[in-house]
Structures are given as structure tokens and as C-alpha cells.
Design a protein around this ligand. Structure first.
Ligand SMILES: Nc1ncnc2c1ncn2[C@@H]1O[C@H](COP(=O)(O)OP(=O)(O)O)[C@@H](O)[C@H]1O
Ligand SMILES: [Mg+2]
Length: 313
């Protein structure tokens, strides 16, 4: 059992229209997913834009409300706010976002930005707090001079590192990182991912790492959840997903990973075209008559794929 278990989570947003502003339909942003989070591990949540990744993250921390399904923390149901507060869930699960400039208060200094989560949970003297923030800054490679600066005085990469430090401040067990490097240059991306890996070893924190790119999460993740249209099409250990993808959507995501290898460029291009064609032609095999992703079936004890249970394959 993981310390966090998400069971059959659904988040449906009502669509209102017409003169009376009635609910006429729903966006099935998340439509029946299970997640399992263990200590010290990194989970990739990967899918194209609009597939429901951010909604899962926000619902776990309580920024969005579940339509149905449950979130368990240490076996206790923390789906509703009262229970989350009682279990100090928000201290233990933090979230960082793609664009930390907009998630930081521009008028606050880095000292206050990083200390804010601690102020909610710990009663430290000003000196102790400063010490704690300094040690967090040190973890992300910034020095004392950063304390009294404002967010706009840092580069995008530095700000994302500050976001990591802030998330770490309350000593969480899980950090949900929603596309934390997607807005950054490749070299800066690699640097942030390295920091995150090192921090994981030091703090034994788990990550739910959200990305639209299977290339970015490759070196980070122990396990992956591949998401499409509000549902998981495939889940499994890293090796199972990258070396033995079974769902056409996973194959498509993999073929979209850019390669820096000029020798095989033409071969890769051809492969990508082939996968796109298969994706178009094999819809009936991988999605039901309404285009909905099938329920997951076990391939191995750890590898699951959404296939027609009536034995299409
Ligand atoms: N507050 C909201 N109201 C209505 N629809 C929403 C809301 N938030 C997200 N959605 C819709 O839910 C779907 C999933 O969105 P999101 O979780 O942001 O996807 P992702 O993070 O994978 O890009 C999208 O179709 C999006 O337009
Ligand atoms: Mg998103």
C-alpha cells in the first residue's frame, strides 16, 4: 500500500449555456483513475495538453473538488477538507507549477515566499526561520543574497528552484510538480531535474511529476501513468513503458520524443509517421464506440494497459 492512494477519481466540470445558464453537459476532465504513491519514489503523469493531468494534481491537494472517488492518506479518507486538515495533509503534500512567477506574490521577498508554508505549520523565531530558509536556499544552490530579493530579479530556472525550496519548506512527503520545467531551455531543464533528484535522495520525498513529454521524465521516474482524455491508457514501471509500450497512445507519445541523433533522423521521422497512421487507423481497437479509453487490464503484476476486456487482442 502506498501512503497515498487515489481510488476511481472523477472530476467533471459542468458546462452551462443558454438564457437560464443551465448545466447542459460536462467536461469529463478526470474520469475514473487510480493512483498509488509510495515513499521516495517518482511517478510520471504524462499526456497531451487537456488530458486532465493538472486536474488530478489540483484535486489531490484540494484545489478542485472531486465529483466522485476518494483520496486516502495513510489509509484515511482525506477527500473532504475537514479530514485533510485533521491529517495535516497540506503540510505533507505540496504542489509546484510551471510558472512560478505567477504563483509567487511579486511584492514579497524570497525570505517571505519560502517561509510562508513554515509559518502556517511551525512556530519559529525570526532567527530560526531565517536559518531554515538559508538552508533551503543552499539546497537549491542559492546563497544568502537571495533572501531579500524579489521574484522578478531571478531567471526562470532560478525561480523554479525557489519553487522547489518553497515546496520543501514544510517537509512534505509528496511534491506534485506540474510541468515544472516545461517553460525552460533544455540545459536549464536538466539542471532543475538534477536538483530535484538530489533533493529526493536527501529528503526522501516522493514526486508526482506531470509532463506532456515522455522524454523529460525518462530519467526521473520509477513508474508512469499515461493519460488520455481523462483516463489512464497505460501504467507501469519505467522499463515497461519505455521498452514495451502496448497502447497506441503510449507509442505515439514515445515517437513524439525529439531525438538529438542526426544519424537516425530520417528513420525516426518515418517511424513517427507510421505511428500516427496506426493511431488513426486503430481507434476501434483501443477506444470504445464513444471514443472512451477502456478499463485497464493487467499485462504483468505492475504493467496495465487499457484494452477491450472482451478480448479484442
Ligand atoms: N475549471 C474548469 N472548468 C471547466 N473545464 C475545465 C476546468 N479546468 C480544466 N478544465 C478542462 O478539463 C480538461 C483537463 O484540463 P487539465 O487538467 O488542465 O489538463 P492538462 O493539465 O492535462 O493540460 C480540459 O478539457 C480543460 O479545458
Ligand atoms: Mg496542465
Amino acid at each position: 500500500m502506498g501512503f497515498i492512494e487515489v481510488k476511481d477519481l472523477k472530476v467533471h466540470y459542468p458546462i452551462r449555456s443558454g438564457f437560464f445558464n443551465r448545466v447542459t453537459d460536462y467536461v469529463y476532465a478526470v474520469d475514473g483513475v487510480d493512483l498509488h504513491i509510495e515513499a521516495g519514489k517518482t511517478y510520471g503523469l504524462v499526456g497531451e495538453s487537456g488530458s486532465g493531468k493538472s486536474t488530478i494534481g489540483k484535486t489531490i491537494i484540494g484545489l478542485e473538488k472531486a465529483t466522485s472517488g476518494k483520496v486516502f492518506y495513510e489509509g484515511k479518507d482525506v477527500t473532504n477538507k475537514q479530514r485533510r486538515d485533521k491529517e495535516h495533509f497540506s503540510k505533507n503534500v505540496q504542489m509546484i507549477f510551471q510558472d512560478s512567477l505567477s504563483s509567487f506574490n511579486p511584492k514579497k521577498r524570497i525570505l517571505d515566499i519560502i517561509a510562508e508554508p513554515i509559518r502556517n505549520f511551525e512556530r519559529l523565531s525570526a532567527g530560526e526561520e531565517r536559518q531554515k530558509v538559508l538552508s533551503l536556499l543552499d539546497t537549491i544552490g542559492l546563497g544568502e543574497e537571495a533572501l531579500y530579493k524579489y521574484p522578478h530579479e531571478f531567471s526562470g530556472g532560478q525561480r523554479q528552484r525557489i519553487g522547489v525550496a518553497r515546496a520543501l519548506a514544510s517537509n512534505p512527503r509528496l511534491i506534485i510538480a506540474d510541468e515544472p520545467v516545461s517553460a525552460l531551455d533544455l540545459s536549464v531543464q536538466a539542471q532543475i531535474l538534477n536538483y530535484m533528484k538530489r533533493i529526493q535522495e536527501e529528503f526522501n520525498v516522493s514526486y508526482l511529476f506531470i509532463s506532456h513529454d515522455l522524454g523529460v521524465v525518462r530519467h526521473m521516474c520509477d513508474e508512469l501513468y499515461i493519460m488520455y482524455r481523462g483516463r489512464f491508457v497505460e501504467t507501469g514501471k519505467k522499463a515497461e513503458i519505455y521498452s514495451d509500450p502496448r497502447h497506441i497512445y503510449t507509442k505515439r507519445l514515445l515517437s513524439a520524443v525529439p531525438t538529438l541523433d542526426p544519424v537516425n533522423r530520417d528513420a525516426n521521422k518515418a517511424k513517427r509517421r507510421e505511428t500516427e497512421k496506426a493511431f488513426r487507423e486503430q481507434q476501434a481497437q483501443y477506444f470504445d464506440a464513444n471514443g472512451r479509453v477502456f478499463d485497464l487490464q493487467d499485462i504483468t503484476p505492475s504493467h496495465k494497459v487499457a484494452l477491450d476486456s472482451k478480448g479484442g487482442r
